[in-house]
Design a protein around this ligand. Structure first.
Ligand code: PEP
Ligand code: MN
Length: 368
């Protein structure tokens, strides 16, 4: 798909982040809870150089009756953090009213939550409310893996004159049995990155992971893909957090993650920048390889289902005409995608042999 045009102000001109070095970090609790929690978390973060503080004020919770945020009282706390620590502050907006309130309280950066990005009506309302303002906006990916919906949200902001725009990749809802809360779906991040190499790009490993034990590996992957920033939830006492307790880190643990947990390859020297470029390309290959493995596994699963079906209906495993048909079709698809017949035949012959082997196993298993 050809990239639609976006007008993007470089992140270095937003007045919030210095780049290099990577990563630009946004940290703070999932939700603003109390003055003490906000100030003590912010002070601890400030002490090791974090200067953009996050806290949710209006919380989009799955179930009613969960803690839904402090609302405007939380904005007063954000203002206090700003005054007492000198940090820049940011929060999530999900509608025009939130935008007006944030502008009134001097919030420095807004983000759009995943559930809101997925809703064009709300996105338009937010964009209209931001008309003629200068506040930067980060747009999280929609909950569903729809890159166009994500780009559409950015376009709506752009049309309202907002050019300080960036994105936050936080993964996608899934029913697949994965260890994380959300499917990282890195290939979509790579696709967006390739379409808009100048679009400031953050990852939110906290909401991707759902559990603090995965934060290092996910943050590392974000850095390996060359993303500019990380948004990570941090709470002075995660065990008492009113939302997302399991995924929040103490400021001390966040410092450890940033200083010892992850390796960020950045350098201005030509040679090192070549190495970094190569490293980032290899990280993309790693993601694509993971996708290939998953696709192979899904194909094998269907092959086994076919094997069982054939067994139930007393049909032989190998139908040569079907295989010829598959081969002709994939060769044709391969040609369209610029792949040689020789390569396609090799890969699919290997896949076919493995399917036959698996189906053979099913057929010879008399217990099934
Ligand atoms: C959040 O950042 O606190 C949040 C609710 O995130 P998401 O929109 O990614 O679920
Ligand atoms: Mn959260």
């Amino acid at each position: 798909m050809a990239a639609r045009n976006l007008n993007i102000t470089p992140i270095g001109e937003w007045g919030l982040f210095r780049l290099p070095p990577r990563p630009c970090v946004i940290a703070g609790p999932c939700s603003a809870e109390t003055e003490e929690q906000m100030l003590s978390t912010a002070m601890e973060l400030r002490a090791f150089g974090i200067n953009v503080f996050r806290a949710g004020i209006w919380k989009p919770r799955t179930h009613p009756g969960s803690f839904e945020g402090l609302g405007t009282a939380g904005l007063k706390l954000l203002k206090k953090v700003k005054e007492e620590t000198g940090m820049h502050v940011c929060t999530e907006v999900a509608g025009a009213k939130h935008v007006y309130e944030c502008l009134k309280y001097g919030v420095d950066l807004l983000w759009i939550g995943a559930r809101t990005t997925a809703n064009p009506f709300l996105m338009q309302e937010i964009a209209d409310a931001l008309q003629d303002t200068d506040v930067p906006v980060l747009v999280k990916n929609p909950v569903n893996p729809d890159i166009d919906l994500w780009i559409g949200a950015l376009e709506r902001l752009n049309r309202a004159g907002v050019t300080k725009i960036g994105v936050i990749h936080r993964g996608f809802s899934t029913s697949a049995p994965i260890p994380y809360r959300n499917d990282p779906g890195w290939r979509i991040a790579i696709e967006l990155r390739t379409m808009y190499p100048d679009l400031p790009f953050f990852a939110d490993p906290s909401h991707m992971a759902g559990d603090r034990k995965y934060l290092v590996e996910l943050s590392q992957r974000a850095m390996d893909l060359g993303l500019e920033g990380l948004m990570i939830e941090s709470h002075c006492d995660p065990s008492c957090a009113l939302s997302d307790a399991k995924q929040q880190l103490t400021p001390k643990d966040l410092q450890k993650l940033l200083e010892e947990g992850i390796t960020v390859r950045d350098s201005s020297s030509d040679d090192a920048s070549y190495n970094e470029g190569l490293h980032q390309l290899r990280a993309k290959i790693d993601v694509l390889d993971e996708n290939l493995i998953n696709t192979f596994a899904s194909r094998m699963k269907v092959s086994r289902e076919i094997g069982l079906y054939k067994k139930e209906h007393n049909v032989a495993i190998l139908q040569a005409s079907r295989w010829d048909e598959v081969l002709e079709r994939v060769k044709e698809e391969g040609r369209k995608a610029g792949l040689s017949d020789e390569f396609v035949v090799k890969v699919f012959t290997a896949l076919h042999e493995e399917s036959i082997r698996a189906q053979d196993e099913i057929l010879s298993d008399r217990s099934k």
